[in-house]
Write a protein that binds this ligand. Structure first.
Ligand code: GSH
Length: 296
């Protein structure tokens, strides 16, 4: 009943932040895959209306937002810490990354070339459904043009590069802090963007740091089994479902697509992720009605 459950989907940058923090802490967790766009009836029933990804669950307690999840993980495993005492600026810096850097990365990565890569082979309704689902997130925000986002991202990457080039390994010292995880998930999303990932190439210190961050992996997998509180037996794997746990992610040709009965599904490309040193993915212990490959 004390198990830590992460509700997430493969392609979510903030979920990647949570997975990497779990890996850094060496914590065991159970994985529940959630849909990447609405409707999410099971999610909103459990969270009381919060629809974002990821969220964590311990028994009847639900933790929304990765800033809170970080505090939960810190409580469960105080060492290694995400909040080093000698890095008081790490939490506000993380906030900067989670908002300012993230909202530069999104318009940069979702420019036409990035979108074409991410939604390659998917019917046009999929991209339309995604755009409609995410529109409320940017209401009231001035969305950067691809040119502005490119210029801003270059400036942000150059600053991060300069910081890391002079530092002892991580943004605020010899060990990572919450700030490193907040930056890492943003860059992870750029890495998964196909042609648009080329913007990262010149930043050698940043790329070396990114490899160190990825090496934390997603943490220890808990034994498979139905998660508490959901009561739904795992569905039989569909022919297009994710490979068995432990199978390394591939970037090969797409598997046969499921019948297009639910336009709100994600294309396979969304779930693509940058190469990660040999770590196995934790098993998915509960299936939603969405095939895992499409929930990323
Ligand atoms: N501040 C939140 C942001 C979470 C967030 O915006 N997640 C994105 C996915 S990366 C999301 O919820 N997208 C809509 C969805 O998944 O329904 C956090 O730190 O967890």
């Amino acid at each position: 009943m004390n198990d830590l459950i992460l509700h997430h989907y493969d392609g979510s940058p903030f979920a990647e932040k949570a997975r990497l923090m779990l890996g850094f802490k060496g914590l065991a967790w159970r994985s529940v895959k959630v849909p990447s766009i609405m409707p999410k009836p099971d999610v909103v029933a459990l969270t009381g209306g919060y629809r974002r990804t990821p969220f964590a669950q311990v028994g009847a307690d639900v933790y929304c937002d990765t800033a809170l999840i970080a505090r939960l993980l810190e409580q469960r495993a105080p060492a290694p810490t995400l909040f080093p005492a000698d890095a008081p600026l790490a939490p506000p810096f993380a906030q900067w990354a989670d908002f300012t850097l993230f909202w530069t990365v999104i318009p940069y990565t979702m420019q036409p070339a990035g979108l074409a890569h991410r939604f390659a082979g998917a019917p046009p309704e999929v991209m339309k459904a995604f755009a409609a689902d995410r529109a409320p997130f940017t209401a009231g925000m001035t969305r950067q043009t691809p040119a502005d986002a490119t210029a801003n991202l270059r400036a942000q990457l150059a600053a991060l590069e300069a910081q890391l080039a002079r530092g002892p390994g991580f943004l605020f010292g010899k060990a990572p802090s919450i700030a490193d995880f907040a930056v890492a998930h943003c860059l992870w999303f750029v890495h998964s963007g196909g042609p648009v990932a080329a913007i990262l190439a010149p930043y050698t210190a940043l790329n070396a740091w990114f490899s160190r961050m990825q090496a934390f992996g997603p943490g220890r997998a808990a034994p498979p089994g139905p998660p508490p509180g959901r009561g739904r037996p795992p569905a039989a794997p569909a022919p297009w479902a994710a490979p068995p746990p432990g199978t390394p992610p591939t970037r090969g040709p797409s598997p046969p697509r499921p019948p297009a009965t639910r336009p709100a599904r994600w294309p396979r490309a969304w779930a693509s992720r940058p190469a990660r040193p040999s770590r196995s993915r934790p098993p998915t212990t509960a299936a939603t009605r969405w095939p895992a490959r499409w929930s990323g």
